[in-house]
Unconditional design. Structure first.
Ligand code: SAM
Length: 271
């Protein structure tokens, strides 16, 4: 059963700014976002923040096997399932969702026009905790640029390294503020994520997260200084052994180098 066209018609309570509610008001863009997830009949789909159903409607047209939605706004979640009882509603904060409960062999396709305030931590968790088949998220353009930033520039940081260590990231297209109600102040970007065949194992991922925290808290310092400040004796030798110059700054290290460095630090110093 499809939604009946009630979405976006103004029978709802006013949008809640605290929940990042900027509702997409353009059916062509909504369709384009859902198209980029390539949903086949019978697929398992998870939508984060369905709101008034702008994307949900197009997902349902593709006849998914299951459609689970995570929505923090109870009124909107209930309105959506009232219109289509086959939708599995999980009411609450997507940041608190237990990702390990999503079966890894179920080929989940995940989509969301994400509220700006949770996009980065949510994507951090999803790429590292869910074996999804594909994921497409609309985020603030600035976050999109950080997600796919190459090393060496100002946009490159812990989020870039972490996400690119787990997934291939593509910016599919930009979306102007005018197609939302209410209009946000910024341009958005639709990003696609395809998991890498061999992401870091759990222990290596833990070490990588710790190394990223350590390095990007002091991103203007040289790597050898950062290691020394953390009491890591022999850090210069570790760096040189990996072909990294001690004077390099964190933002110059590619994701593979960060992984190698964190593995080395974990093995030698148990950090
Ligand atoms: N998908 C709809 C659209 O494209 O029009 C709504 C997108 S709106 C930018 C973000 C949606 O996420 C809202 O429906 C909001 O209530 C919901 N939301 C906000 N914070 C959330 C959270 N922490 N967990 C789950 N949903 C959340």
């Amino acid at each position: 059963m499809a939604l009946n066209g009630r979405e976006g018609r103004g029978q709802y309570k006013p949008a809640k700014r605290s929940l990042g509610q900027n509702f997409l008001n353009d059916a062509n863009i909504a369709r384009k976002i859902v198209d980029s997830l390539d949903i086949r009949p019978g697929d398992n789909v998870l939508e984060i923040g369905p709101g008034r159903g702008a994307l949900t409607k197009h997902i349902l047209e593709r006849q998914p096997g299951r459609l689970m939605v995570l929505e923090k706004d109870d009124d909107l979640g209930q309105a959506l399932t009232a219109l289509n009882p086959s939708i599995e509603l999980v009411s609450g904060d997507a940041l608190a969702f237990p990702w390990q409960t999503l079966e890894s062999d179920a080929g989940w396709k995940i989509v969301g026009n994400l509220p700006y305030n949770i996009a980065s931590p949510l994507i951090w968790d999803i790429v590292s905790q869910v074996k999804f088949a594909a994921a497409v998220f609309m985020v603030q353009l600035e976050v999109g640029q950080r997600l796919r930033a190459p090393s060496g520039g100002k946009d490159y940081g812990a989020l870039s390294v972490w996400v690119q260590s787990h997934a291939r990231v593509e910016l599919l297209f930009k979306v102007p503020p005018q197609v939302f109600q209410p209009q946000p102040k910024v341009t958005s970007a639709v990003m696609r994520f395809i998991l890498l065949p061999q992401p870091p194992e759990p222990n290596a991922a833990k070490a990588l997260a710790a190394t990223l925290r350590m390095c990007f808290q002091q991103r203007r310092k040289q790597l050898s200084t950062i290691l020394k400040s953390k009491g890591i004796v022999g850090g210069e030798d570790v760096l040189l052994g990996l072909g990294i110059q001690p004077a390099q700054r964190p933002e110059t290290l590619e994701p593979e180098r960060f992984q190698a460095l964190s593995n080395c630090l974990e093995n030698q110093f148990g950090s």
